[in-house]
Ligand binder design. Structure first.
Ligand SMILES: Nc1nc2c(ncn2[C@@H]2O[C@H](COP(=O)(O)OP(=O)(O)OP(=O)(O)O)[C@@H](O)[C@H]2O)c(=O)[nH]1
Ligand SMILES: [Mg+2]
Length: 518
């Protein structure tokens, strides 16, 4: 204290006091005046009341702003494959541990380290077997993670932090100014140095502006939010990257036909309307499976609205997987696959078909209750699907056919209300549905009873169609991941081809270069 005082000029201090004095005496004089007029208590009361109201209002504003920030928080992408859940949990646990004091924004490299830490967490989750999984990261992809995370963060800041729109232009320019520089220093990325980090520039600048503005929200809270969002965004893109969804191009993966669908479309039987029109993108692939003679082809004919697939009272009518082009209102362009009885399908064919399906319709006859082999086949399909953690298993609907053959045998008076316990036929149908749900281990809501017999058509156009449309969201997600998987493989292959070509060119030119150098 002494030292501070000794540094201040006494005369300066005196002049300041002279300035302040008239205002400072106002307080005791005011209190005296209140005392003399007997208004002290009123004043004290109002003081308490107004401070209370001010405090209340402030807490409310703070809470509202906090809520706004929470709303703007990055969340896991619903289209991620199941494997991403564990990786996201890791990112969130890192987010929980963040203490603003540990990550000062004015220290340039620290933010880079935070990004690296996030990437490492995700990387080691996807590649637990690799000692330094970050080194597995391809350079263009690493750049992409940072660029996209920064771009997103800029948007979040604009949307969630008051006045921040004023600071974004400069930051954006900064980010893009960094990019070519970063690209020139690709080697540094490879070595794991995150100094070349556009997000870093963006965050420092954003924070600098916010601090100057001294706005209502507790600075520490915004700072924490900023850091947490940074980690979440880098984490989210890292998950995209490691689960194979981050592509170098920006086009939507479903806009182009996959190789397998291209071949299937060529083989597909089309309805007259659809004939000759090329498909604008990847169709949904609906696979119809079930034992022989259960009504698979009849079902396809009915969904198709025309007689296309061969049906017969004798089993083994359909001899191979057969695609049909299905176009209906409310349904994305689809290929629906008729199949021979599952017992006749080779394991490999069945697995391949199931892996590349976006929805599976399993047809089972109500009057044939021996379902052990069906369950085994279905379980094998499920196991194969579950092994592909980078994909989402397609939704499964079970269609129960031959309900007209249930007891009482002679009765057929639809519609049936399955909750009506006085109607014997309705009860038989309900019992068959419940038994199938248990036998095949599927949710009862996904088991749809129908009748496909000629002249006895029941429950297809209404209930079954509604059930199919209800599963559309899930089917589309499955399709998205399937297409992304193919695009990534294509991309890897193209990169490798380009790298090999460049290496080849280099080798060809080498003797010439060497002779020039000699
Ligand atoms: N009574 C009755 N008959 C049905 C029903 N569903 C299908 N059928 C009949 O069962 C027979 C076989 O139907 P398909 O559609 O050829 O069966 P599938 O499963 O394609 O048979 P495969 O191709 O041989 O595996 C046909 O004669 C159909 O009319 C139903 O719900 N009730
Ligand atoms: Mg058939």
């Amino acid at each position: 204290m002494k030292r501070i005082m000794s540094r201040i000029d006494g005369l300066w201090l005196g002049s300041l006091l002279l300035w302040v004095l008239p205002f400072a005496v106002l307080v005791p004089l005011g209190l005296l005046w209140l005392q003399q007029h007997g208004a002290m208590l009123v004043w004290l009361g109002s003081l308490l009341l107004l401070s209370g109201a001010g405090f209340g209002l402030q807490s409310w504003l703070k809470e509202r702003q906090q809520h706004q920030l929470d709303e703007g928080q990055t969340r896991p992408d619903p289209t991620w494959p199941p494997v991403a859940e564990g990786a996201w949990a890791r990112v969130e646990s890192l987010v929980e541990q963040i203490e603003p004091d540990d990550w000062p924004l004015d220290d340039g490299t620290r933010l880079g380290e935070l990004a690296q830490l996030t990437l490492e967490r995700v990387a080691s989750y996807f590649h637990p077997e690799v000692e330094q999984p970050l080194l597995e990261l391809r350079v263009p992809h690493a750049l992409l993670v940072i660029e996209r995370a920064s771009r997103d963060l800029r948007e979040s800041i604009t949307q969630n932090i008051p006045f921040s729109h004023r600071l974004t232009i400069g930051s954006l320019v900064r980010v893009y100014r960094w990019k070519p520089f970063a690209e020139r220093l690709l080697g540094m990325y490879r070595a794991g140095y995150w100094v070349v980090n556009p997000a870093n520039a963006l965050l420092s600048e954003a924070w600098g502006h916010l601090r100057k503005r001294g706005f209502a929200m507790a600075q520490q809270d915004v700072y924490r939010w900023l850091l947490q969002e940074y980690v979440r965004k880098v984490g989210a893109y890292a998950i995209d990257l490691y689960s194979g969804r981050l592509l170098l191009t920006d086009d939507t993966p479903i806009m182009r036909l996959t190789q397998v669908s291209r071949e299937d479309v060529e083989r597909a039987v089309s309805s007259e309307v659809a004939e000759a029109e090329p498909l604008p993108g990847e169709p949904l692939r609906i696979l119809v499976l079930g034992r022989s003679n259960t009504g698979k082809s009849s079902l396809i004919n009915l969904l198709f609205g025309q007689l296309r697939a061969a049906t017969d009272v004798l089993p083994e009518t359909t001899r191979a997987l057969m695609p049909y082009r299905l176009e209906r209102d409310g349904l994305d362009l689809a290929l629906i696959f008729d199949s021979p009885g599952v017992e006749r399908l080779a394991y490999k064919t069945l697995n391949e078909a199931a892996i590349s399906a976006d929805m599976i319709i399993w047809v089972s006859a109500a009057h044939r209750p021996d379902r052990q082999s069906e369950r085994q086949t279905l379980d094998a399909v499920r196991t194969a699907q579950a092994a592909r953690v980078d994909r989402r298993p397609p939704p499964l609907l079970v269609v129960v056919t031959y309900i007209d053959r249930l007891r009482p045998l002679r009765e057929w008076l639809p519609p049936y209300d399955l909750t009506d316990s006085t109607n014997l036929k309705a009860m038989s149908i309900q019992a068959a549905v419940t038994a199938l749900a248990t036998d095949l281990e599927v949710p009862i809501a996904n088991v749809i009873p129908v009748c496909l017999a000629e002249g006895r058509l029941y429950n297809v156009e209404d209930t079954l169609w509604t059930a199919i449309l209800d599963q559309m969201d899930r089917a589309q997600r499955t399709r998205l991941l399937r297409c992304q998987d193919e695009r990534r493989r294509e991309e890897n292959w193209n990169l490798l081809r380009r790298q090999l070509a460049n290496a080849g060119r280099f080798l060809i030119a080498l003797p010439r270069r060497m002779s020039r150098n000699q």
